[in-house]
Design a protein around this ligand. Structure first.
Ligand SMILES: Cc1c2[nH]c(c1CCC(=O)O)Cc1[nH]c(c(CCC(=O)O)c1C)Cc1[nH]c(c(CCC(=O)O)c1C)Cc1[nH]c(c(CCC(=O)O)c1C)C2
Length: 367
């Protein structure tokens, strides 16, 4: 229960800082690797822990979040962990009802339909009160991880959260949310601004609780084109990193920030100049051209096609080798271009991690 949770103080010393060094573009002995959705249904122990339990109730239990975050680390030598939670806890904190419906995914029974609906949202969110359970999960996990690897906190980006709040769940066209951009640009900016304010507080709270890096997920960037991305996503992504960094600096703190804007290859140059140390890439971008286009301004993270995990292990090793040769070993964090799917073989995730470590050690020795 809550009163026995440890405080965000006296954390165990970090033993493997490879991920943090790569994020800052420093030299490492091997390329660090972790996987988006590394805590997930592809692990039998995850399915067992989650069985019969409500998804958001699980998110609200620091002990359950801690256990699910640690599970993949017991199996694989990942170089980072990401706290088990979901991006949709932010719309919940703003007063919206979100349920996880089996076989359908996250569902908002009463999505935003017209600009008047913005009045239903909490303007000033007390993140300690509404999202304190995430902060407590981070503090507990940072203790229980025993300094093995850094712990990443995260948030959804404003446009991605806006699209869920208007669509009411997952969508192929995102046409309801995009209608707002074209019919109600002012209300759209008002909503994006509201979300940005909450996200900044939320990310700062996660660092105060013990998060050692932050990733911002703009998972629905690809549905925007270059012009809409520049107007409705990029300014908010930039504002979030700027405000979080300025506040942390005041407190003498500094954590690397990663921006993952899925399918936003058209905005790679802008993303590399948006106040984030690391730009996460999906698999539709060629590693070498991503390097050229970002011109050494940022570290890069990604980007193996998750479906390559269906390949035999020797093939995974070859794909990883090519990926490493494309990105180079400096300022690079290996990852998938999106999350692990539930039907993937845990063994093949192991092969992916091992291939990154082995090939990169070889390459670094030869430099
Ligand atoms: C494991 C899981 C999560 N969320 C959902 C699941 C599946 C449900 C379950 O297993 O019980 C529902 C869950 N939550 C969401 C979805 C996608 C819905 C859709 O658009 O169709 C689902 C199935 C929304 C969501 N949630 C998240 C994103 C951004 C990343 C991405 O682009 O995939 C998004 C878009 C972030 C997220 N979500 C989660 C994590 C922590 C685990 C880890 O990464 O190891 C993280 C970082 C955890």
């Amino acid at each position: 229960s809550e009163c026995f949770l440890p405080s965000p103080k006296d954390f165990p010393q970090l033993k493997n800082d490879t991920f943090l060094r790569a994020a800052r573009g420093e030299e490492t002995e091997h390329v660090p690797v972790w996987c988006m959705r590394q805590a997930g249904r592809y692990l039998p122990e995850f399915r067992e822990s989650r069985a019969g339990k409500d998804f958001f109730e699980t998110c609200q239990s620091p002990e359950a979040c801690c256990e699910l975050t640690l599970q993949p680390l017991r199996r694989f030598p990942f170089d980072a962990a990401i706290i088990f939670s979901d991006i949709l806890v932010v719309p919940q904190a703003m007063g919206m009802d979100v349920q996880m419906v089996a076989g359908k995914g996250p569902t908002f029974p009463e999505p935003l339909k017209e600009p008047e609906d913005l009045q239903r949202l909490q303007v000033k969110v007390d993140t300690d009160k509404e999202l304190g359970y995430v902060f407590r999960a981070i503090t507990l996990t940072r203790h229980k991880i025993e300094g093995k690897v850094p712990l990443i906190g995260f948030s959804g980006a404003p446009w991605t959260l806006m699209s869920y709040m208007i669509e009411g769940g997952g969508s192929n066209t995102h046409s309801k949310a995009k209608r707002w951009l074209y019919q109600h640009p002012e209300a759209s900016h008002m909503l994006l601004k509201m979300l940005t304010d909450v996200i900044v507080e939320y990310l700062l709270g996660q660092v105060a609780a013990g998060a050692q890096a932050l990733q911002v997920f703009e998972s629905h960037a690809g549905i925007l084109g270059p012009a809409e991305f520049k107007e409705f996503s990029l300014p908010y992504l930039r504002d979030i990193a700027r405000r979080v960094k300025d506040k942390l600096k005041e407190a003498g703190q500094d954590v690397p920030m990663i921006v993952f804007a899925k399918d936003a290859h058209y905005a790679l140059e802008e993303l590399s100049q948006s106040n984030y140390e690391v730009v996460g890439l999906d698999w539709t971008i060629d590693p070498l051209s991503a390097r050229e286009r970002t011109g050494g301004k940022v570290s890069l993270q990604g980007n193996m096609d998750p479906c390559a995990l269906y390949a035999p292990k020797e093939r995974i090793s070859d794909i990883v080798k090519k990926m490493l040769e494309g990105f180079g070993t400096r300022g690079y964090i290996a990852n998938l271009g999106h999350g692990v799917y539930p039907d993937m073989e845990p063994e093949n995730i192991g092969a992916f991690v091992e291939a990154v470590h082995q090939h990169s050690k070889q390459m670094i020795k030869q430099i």
